[in-house]
Design a protein around this ligand. Structure first.
Ligand code: NAD
Ligand code: G6P
Ligand code: MN
Length: 455
């Protein structure tokens, strides 16, 4: 079978390829194709991908590196998407422009996420159309490209029949951290209940081998005043990190450190559920702005660490023939998407969190909301597990965020300045209409050539 990766030049490509190759029998992998618009970047990443397939794993899998849609998708069975439209240069703007106006600057949350959504909607629709044209009729597109909730809403609106499943690795990363905190080695025996929007949800129950571990977890978090155990930071696999300080787990410092600390702060007030890390940006927006440095945001951290380590590592390999596998990220992120493909292909009915149209799964959310909930995955796609009615606090927060994102998608499609301004104004991270307008106008300038024209 043929597996195509769109955004082949991504820093996550080597890790995903490794996860696919490690499942080559279950996935019947014959060929992996990389497709990216940035030829130079993809060619570099392909060097390490080839090393993984041929040298490290001796996989026998054929690698094809392509730059045009037809050869990327022709007869493909699975398409894994992970493109970053505008790359890190515009991620930096997504983060810095709102901060300049005193608001949360984050790549997927608040105004930054809305701006990134405006850039990504139409390129994603193009992927759907190209894949529908060339790939096998029963293909699946598994999408990681952010901002996943806006992308998924646009796909729902514009291409309701597309064979796409949008996913996120954050909940599974949180479960990795929970397992490390509670010293659970066999994390596959953890089962959890969760609901929300993407990057905007709550774990309502976590069980390990039948035991409700929420009370133990709560005690751990209250005692340590953070959810970031040493065991997780030291786990080389979970980090894909490695030896020197610059390769350390990305979660150990900078912006990520605050969100793990924020879990403690949120649970001190609202102890019943374990919040997604991203809720910090909406519940502690003022504090986030206070500890941010407008000159140096997460985009800078990523460029100086994950991106630099990968490309320096590839250059070193080309010079010396030696690969330090610690320069690329492997682990849960790749395993999650590859395991999802296994479930779809082999009809396993394994349980995954997916971003999907609500259709009554959360009774007091709109029918057409794109929500993130557990589902059993088989060859026909997700069978969503129905939820109970959710409390007013969470429902109110979710409705505000949902409507902000829906207005953004509608505004993008219609080219409506007013709707996009409403989306920015409605977002919980923005304190006033005038601030929303100032951020939006700066964003229009920064995104020239990427955003549709707004009238
Ligand atoms: P990156 O910049 O290293 O890689 C993205 C690649 O996409 C680049 O090589 C770029 O040239 C390419 N690209 C941009 N527009 C494209 C297009 N229209 N067609 C084909 N390729 C295109 O970024 P990264 O940090 O490795 O992240 C990759 C993506 O994965 C981002 O969207 C990121 O937000 C997302 N991501 C999502 C999750 C999740 O939980 N959903 C987790 C991790 C990463
Ligand atoms: C988590 C989220 C992703 C996001 C990523 C950013 O994995 O689930 O949606 O893209 O974090 O990580 P970074 O290291 O690029 O800040
Ligand atoms: Mn995510």
């Amino acid at each position: 079978m043929i597996y195509t990766i769109v955004g082949g030049g991504s820093t996550f490509t080597p890790g995903i390829v490794k996860s696919i190759a490690l499942r080559k029998d279950e996935l019947e992998v014959e060929e992996i194709r990389l497709f990216d618009l940035d030829r130079e970047r993809q060619d570099k990443v392909a060097v390490v991908v080839k090393w993984i397939l041929d040298e490290e794993l001796d996989s026998g899998i054929r690698l094809t590196v392509t730059y045009d849609e037809e050869s990327a998708y022709r007869d493909a069975d699975f398409v894994f998407a992970q493109m970053r439209v505008g790359k890190y240069a515009l991620r930096e703007m997504d983060e810095k422009i709102p901060l300049r106006h005193g608001c949360v600057g984050q790549e997927t949350c608040g105004c930054g996420g809305l701006a990134y959504g405006m850039r990504t909607i139409f390129p994603m629709i193009k992927v759907l159309d190209d894949v529908a044209k060339y790939a096998k009729p029963g293909h699946w597109i598994l999408n990681y490209s952010n901002p996943a909730s806006i992308v998924s809403e646009a796909c729902r609106m514009l291409r309701p029949d597309a064979r796409i499943i949008n996913i996120c690795d954050m909940p599974i990363a949180i479960i990795d951290v929970v397992a490390a905190a509670l010293e659970i080695k066999d994390k596959e025996n953890i089962v959890y209940d969760y609901y929300g929007l993407n990057h905007f949800g709550w774990f309502t129950g976590i069980e390990y081998r039948g035991e409700d571990i929420m009370p133990r977890l709560r005690d751990y978090i209250m005692e340590h005043k953070i959810l970031l155990p040493d065991a997780y930071l030291k786990d080389k696999i979970a980090l894909g990190a490695g030896t020197s300080d610059t390769h350390r787990n990305r979660h150990a410092k900078g912006s990520w450190y605050y969100v793990w600390k924020g879990i403690y702060e949120i649970m001190s007030n609202f102890p019943d559920t374990l919040p997604n890390t991203y809720l910090n940006y909406y519940l502690q927006q003022k504090e986030f702005v206070e500890h941010s440095d407008v000159e140096r945001t997460r985009a800078n951290e990523v460029m100086e660490t994950r991106e630099k380590n990968l490309f320096d590592g590839i250059d070193k390999y080309l010079r010396t023939g030696v690969v330090d596998e610690n320069v690329f990220y492997a682990g849960s992120h790749g395993d999650w998407i590859a395991d999802l493909a296994v479930a779809l292909k082999n009809d396993t009915k394994a349980r995954f969190l997916v971003i999907t149209e609500n259709r009554g799964a959360i009774p007091n959310m709109p029918y057409d909301a794109m929500v993130e909930v557990p589902a059993y995955i088989g060859k026909k796609g997700p069978e969503v597990i129905a939820q109970n009615k959710i409390p007013l606090f969470q429902q109110g927060l979710m409705m505000q965020q949902l409507n902000s994102e829906k207005l953004l998608v509608e505004g993008c499609i219609e080219g409506s300045y007013q709707k996009v301004l409403e989306a920015f104004t409605l977002n919980k991270t923005v304190p006033s209409m005038n601030v929303a307008k100032a951020i939006l106008d700066d964003m229009i300038e920064a995104n020239e050539g990427y955003w549709p024209e707004l009238r």
